[in-house]
Design a protein around this ligand. Structure first.
Ligand SMILES: NC(=O)C1=CN([C@@H]2O[C@H](COP(=O)(O)OP(=O)(O)OC[C@H]3O[C@@H](n4cnc5c(N)ncnc54)[C@H](OP(=O)(O)O)[C@@H]3O)[C@@H](O)[C@H]2O)C=CC1
Ligand SMILES: O=C(O)CCC(=O)C(=O)O
Ligand SMILES: [Mg+2]
Length: 418
């Protein structure tokens, strides 16, 4: 990466990829053909991706008896930018999420999930075109840090004894201490600041209207509430002349009354400033549905972001068309991946929608500065949807659509690149 934060990309970059478990196998086959076709069409052979398979999940376990070989991490570190399919996480016991492990090992602190509607995609809401949000989900902290003590284990008992001795008041709040599993939720100032900084920078660069800090700070005051407070403070400290915060509005209201605060905000918006606001997570889940135009960029903690990204995807056609990327904006490391999981019931049926991985690839090419490739991918996806040749998830909700296979949807995208 160069000093100004842009990537130096050769004409034949090596890109590590993980095919993924379950439906990942079918999806990857369709996706890689779309990527190669778009690169060929954009650059006529002058540029080419050298795909380099790295292993994680079931394939890695079968091959190397190791769910996440060190070599995989080394290769993602070495080649900087990669892409992956979904990986299975057994619920309870066994291995903790490989997806989360990859993000933490590479310190990919932003999980970026844009949510936009493509013309013609079936949606359960009346105006899916109003949904144009970009989620910045903190990716390394919160309960995903994985500090948990299983009920009944010696570790759990040791932890509870410590709590009982050192923090008796806190301990007394645990309703059934003898049988409680315990989880710890770390949220730091640094972790919050780097995430919020990335979200505001994105909003400034892409001329967005607002950044909404979504939290549950009314209940979790020193984690989610602190996220809100640190977020506002960072916005004012580092982006003072480019933003107007609801914290500022509150201060003006206190000092000069509500009309003055409203006038100040109106003037700031008219001057092109980005409004930094906040909302509590539960009502946010209702309002993204009922008032989508009021939401633009969203910066939130790990678990809220996980819930929000699947919920929001539903409004624009579902999890089959929900891309994402995990990135560290300082080191330049990034791994792009779909929002969905391995959908095991559809594995190896050549049936599911490959759009989430394909659009994650679209984000990857843009991250690399290969915008011509990204534009062709978007054109192809739009064309395939407009022609109503779609996979089962869209076909079951679209009138007059022809249901095609996962691989055939890849072909349709390539055909519609023109
Ligand atoms: N980043 C990652 O790798 C992630 C991994 N996971 C893991 O995946 C596994 C399965 O998780 P699960 O909770 O079932 O969630 P999934 O996202 O795998 O699947 C849930 C449902 O979403 C729909 N869906 C998923 N992918 C597609 C697609 N490509 N095209 C169309 N529809 C799709 C299907 O709906 P329908 O039945 O209506 O057709 C499916 O039954 C778990 O082990 C989980 O931990 C989960 C999320 C992310
Ligand atoms: O790792 C997993 O199994 C789940 C991850 C997930 O749901 C997500 O990142 O959205
Ligand atoms: Mg999720």
């Amino acid at each position: 990466m160069s000093k100004d934060g842009t990537l130096n990309v050769p004409n034949d970059p090596i890109i590590p990829f993980i095919e993924g478990d379950g439906t990942g196998r079918d999806i990857w086959k369709a996706s890689v053909r779309v990527f190669d076709a778009a690169v060929e069409k954009a650059y006529g052979g002058k540029r080419k991706i050298v795909w380099h398979e790295v292993y994680a999940g079931e394939k890695a376990f079968t091959k190397f008896n190791n769910w996440l070989p060190d070599q995989t991490i080394e290769d993602f570190k070495k080649y900087l930018v990669g892409i992956k399919g979904p990986l299975t996480t057994p619920i309870g016991g066994g291995i903790r999420s490989l997806n989360v492990a990859l993000r933490q090992l590479l310190d990919l602190y932003v999980c970026l999930r844009p949510v936009r509607w493509f013309e013609g995609v079936p949606s359960p809401v009346k105006r899916p075109q109003d949904v144009d949000m970009v989620i910045f989900r903190e990716n390394t902290e919160d309960i995903y840090a994985g500090i948990e003590f299983e009920a009944g284990t010696p570790e759990n008992q040791k932890f509870l004894s410590l709590l009982k001795e050192q923090f008796p008041k806190a301990y007394s709040k645990i309703r059934f201490p003898e049988s409680s599993g315990i989880g710890i939720k770390p949220v730091s100032k640094e972790g919050t600041e780097r995430l919020v900084r990335a979200s505001i920078k994105y909003a400034v660069e892409n001329k967005r209207k607002s950044v909404n800090l979504v939290h549950k700070g009314n209940i979790m005051k020193f984690t989610e509430g602190a996220f809100r407070n640190w977020g506002y403070a960072l916005a004012e400290k580092e982006f003072g002349d480019q933003v107007y915060t609801w914290d500022q509005w509150e201060r003006t209201k206190e000092a000069k009354g509500e009309d003055a605060a409203n006038a100040e905000q109106k003037a700031a918006i008219a001057a092109g400033k980005i409004v930094i606001k906040d909302s509590i997570a539960d009502i946010t889940l209702q309002q993204v549905l009922t008032r989508p135009t009021e939401f633009d960029v969203i910066a939130t903690l790990n678990l809220n972001g996980d819930y929000l990204s699947d919920a929001l995807a539903a409004q624009v056609g579902g999890i089959g068309i929900a891309p994402g990327g995990n990135a560290n904006y300082v080191t330049g490391h990034a791994i792009f991946e779909a929002t969905h999981g391995t959908a095991p019931k559809y594995a190896d049926k050549d049936m599911v929608n490959p759009s989430s991985v394909i659009l994650s690839g679209e984000m990857m090419f843009r991250h690399m500065g290969w915008n011509e490739v990204s534009d062709l991918i978007i054109k192809g996806v739009e064309g395939a949807i407009t022609a109503k040749t779609v996979t089962y998830d869209f076909a079951r909700l679209m009138e007059g659509a022809k249901q095609i296979k996962c691989s055939e949807f890849g072909d349709a995208i390539i055909k519609h690149m023109g």
